[in-house]
Design a protein. Structure first.
Lengths: 301, 320
């Protein structure tokens, strides 16, 4: 059955263990959405989505790639780009120190992974942002890699897919960071001119500068349920207008309701949704999901 | 009317008082009094140059926000003629935080877009302190498309503390409006000149800020975030770290010129545009005239290729 007609499966709530105070984090996971204590293994096997309330927890860029693309189809590009600290920026820590710490933590040079891949057999050019790397902020390296991913899509007639997971600008690069907005928008215009399809996926969080540039310019914009999607920060807005915001304010569903998102798709359905769209866009025959031999599992080595 | 002044200007103000005092005494006074006046005048001039030539980044931020600083409409009135304001985005409303229209510059038709702060409290409320809503960005884009259709260059004045952070702004797609504008300004096939006259805060400025020539007034600032915002996030302690954040962000015209992020600095009279607006108007007019002439001499294809190249190369990184 297709992802867009699939009913919500019924789940059985897992009983929490007797001694709540001694929950081992490696065995149990307490859902941030509903508080249900879940077996960590089962939760992870469900791509960190709560089976009870549907809360989508953040996952890493590597997990994203495993979730979305055909097995082992990624050919990473431009992994060698690194920040050069053009402003010699230091706050409580120097920018190079922050970069080094983020590298240590993620094993990546910066906050986006780009490359060639296939999804349901359709060639794509990917740019997957990594929130774990300095909050997925966009500095020169992120902007350049996204621009190059878009250029690759144009040059090789691939569908460009970006996945946002970001709090916005890389403050330590100040105006260099800001100028990544026009750079990526320029490539969006080029994709428009050349008829290169562009799908933008929004995940939690997708805010500020990235939303004020390429992520809002997809031909098709898809978001995960409940993701924080918007331009200005919630606290800034509350301080400005001095009123309490509606509880669903700046969620994927809210933004979709106001006309700025095409689809809100559950994580477990995202790959199927992409395959459906990609094969339609590319005038390829439909691929029945049950024949999706490359369907990924979180447990993959 | 008294002009608001800042702490760093105190030595100048003290001397100005002394000079005024000495001048009164020098009139019909003994030769010593005349000499004293001359000496004080020289000292005042030296102090002015010393202080205003060595303004810290934070001092310039304060200047950029000075309530008496000329606003976009002041520049439009001073340096253009026949300004015809065009209203509305044809979708939702008419955002008063931005003024758009046709006018003449040096006799030639142009399109003007200006982020407009108020000149007093009442106007500031009407103008929403220069903070635009999505309908403002969409209005500006609509009028810039007219510029292309009518083959008129676009002159933009930037002066905003940011895009408006509000409920309606988010509902109507603030981020999308800015993104769309930036993308579509690559499609506006006439020369675009942008002058940062006060505050150039982040995406809120950039949403009408793509340009073939980006000019900045000497005491304007332009950055991805305000020094306050940066200090609050990176130092977790506002007030006292604002000057430090302003310095670190390299947000002044001189900084950005050195980093090759802007094309030209428009010099301001000593003491700032708010003290001698006429001189500021003349300086902006001269700079706009020069740049319009240069851009006007370019073929359309050449202009567009230069615009793409300018923004494609933005960024600093290494390749291992
Ligand atoms: Zn839950």
């Amino acid at each position: 059955m297709s992802w867009f007609r699939r009913p919500t499966p019924e789940y059985i709530t897992i009983n929490p263990p007797q001694q709540r105070e001694r929950i081992g984090r490696h065995v149990w996971h307490k859902c941030e959405g509903c508080g249900t204590v879940l077996r960590r293994k089962e939760w992870e096997n469900n791509w960190k989505v709560c089976p009870v309330c549907g809360e989508h927890d953040r996952i890493t860029a590597d997990e994203r790639i495993r979730l979305l693309i055909d097995e082992n189809s990624l050919e990473e590009t431009n992994a060698n780009l690194v920040s050069s600290d053009p402003l010699k920026f230091t706050d409580t820590k120097s920018y190079p120190d922050r970069i080094a710490a983020a590298r240590q933590k993620t094993g990546r040079n910066d906050a986006v992974i780009t490359g060639r891949a296939t999804i349901g057999g359709v060639p794509v050019s990917l740019a997957i942002m990594d929130f774990a790397f300095m909050g997925g902020s966009m500095g020169s390296v992120v902007g350049e890699k996204i621009a190059r991913a878009m250029e690759l899509a144009i040059a090789e007639d691939r569908v460009c897919i970006t996945l946002a997971a970001t709090g916005g600008a890389r403050m330590q690069e100040a105006t260099f960071s800001l100028m990544q907005l026009p750079k990526t928008c320029l490539l969006c215009k080029r994709m428009q001119d050349t008829g290169t399809p562009f799908i933008s996926i929004l995940t939690d969080p997708s805010t500020a500068g990235i939303m004020a540039s390429f992520a809002s310019l997809g031909d098709i914009i898809i978001a995960e349920p409940g993701a924080y999607v918007g331009f200005a920060g919630k606290r800034v807005i509350e301080a400005t207008i001095r009123q309490t915001l509606p509880p669903d304010f700046q969620t994927s569903e809210f933004v979709q309701e106001h006309g700025f998102i095409d689809l809100v798709v559950k994580r477990s359905d995202m790959r199927d949704a992409l395959i459906t769209l990609l094969r339609q866009i590319r005038h390829m025959e439909a691929l029945p999901p049950e024949e999706d031999a490359a369907a990924p599992t979180p447990e993959q080595s | 009317m008294t002009v608001q002044t800042f702490d760093f200007e105190k030595p100048i103000l003290d001397l100005e008082k002394k000079v005024a005092d000495a001048r009164a005494k020098a009139e019909d006074g003994p030769p010593e009094a005349k000499q004293r006046l001359k000496r004080l005048e020289r000292e005042l001039e030296k102090t002015r140059v010393n202080i205003y030539a060595n303004l810290k980044a934070w001092d310039r931020v304060l200047f950029a926000r000075h309530p008496d600083r000329p606003r976009a409409l002041d520049y439009i009135e001073a340096i253009t003629t026949e300004f015809v304001e065009l209203h509305g985005d044809r979708l939702f409303g008419d955002d008063k935080a931005v003024v758009c229209g046709t006018a003449r510059f040096g006799g030639n038709p142009i399109v003007v877009v200006g982020q407009q702060k108020g000149r007093d409290t009442k106007e500031n409320v009407t103008r929403n302190f220069g903070m635009m809503h999505p309908e403002g960005y969409r209005k500006a884009l609509r009028v810039m498309r007219l510029a292309e259709k009518f083959r008129m260059p676009v002159l933009i004045f930037l002066d905003t503390p940011g895009a408006y952070p509000g409920l309606g702004a988010e509902e109507r797609g603030q981020a999308e409006a800015i993104a769309r504008n930036i993308q579509e300004m690559f499609n506006v096939k006439v020369p675009i000149i942008c002058v940062v006259i006060g505050e150039g805060a982040s995406g809120g400025a950039l949403g009408v800020g793509l340009a073939d020539r980006l000019l900045m007034m000497e005491n304007a600032w332009y950055c991805v975030i305000s020094p306050e915002g940066c200090a609050a996030i990176l130092w977790r302690d506002g007030e006292e770290n604002r000057p430090r954040a302003a310095e670190a962000l390299k947000l002044t015209a001189a900084d950005l010129m050195e980093l090759k992020m802007i094309d030209e600095i428009v010099p301001e009279p000593l003491g700032g545009a708010h003290r001698f607006p006429q001189e500021a108007f003349e300086a902006v007019s001269r700079a706009v005239e020069k740049n319009l002439k240069e851009l006007g001499a370019m073929e359309q294809s050449e202009l567009m290729e230069a615009r793409y190249a300018k923004y494609r190369q933005m960024g600093e990184f290494d390749e291992l």
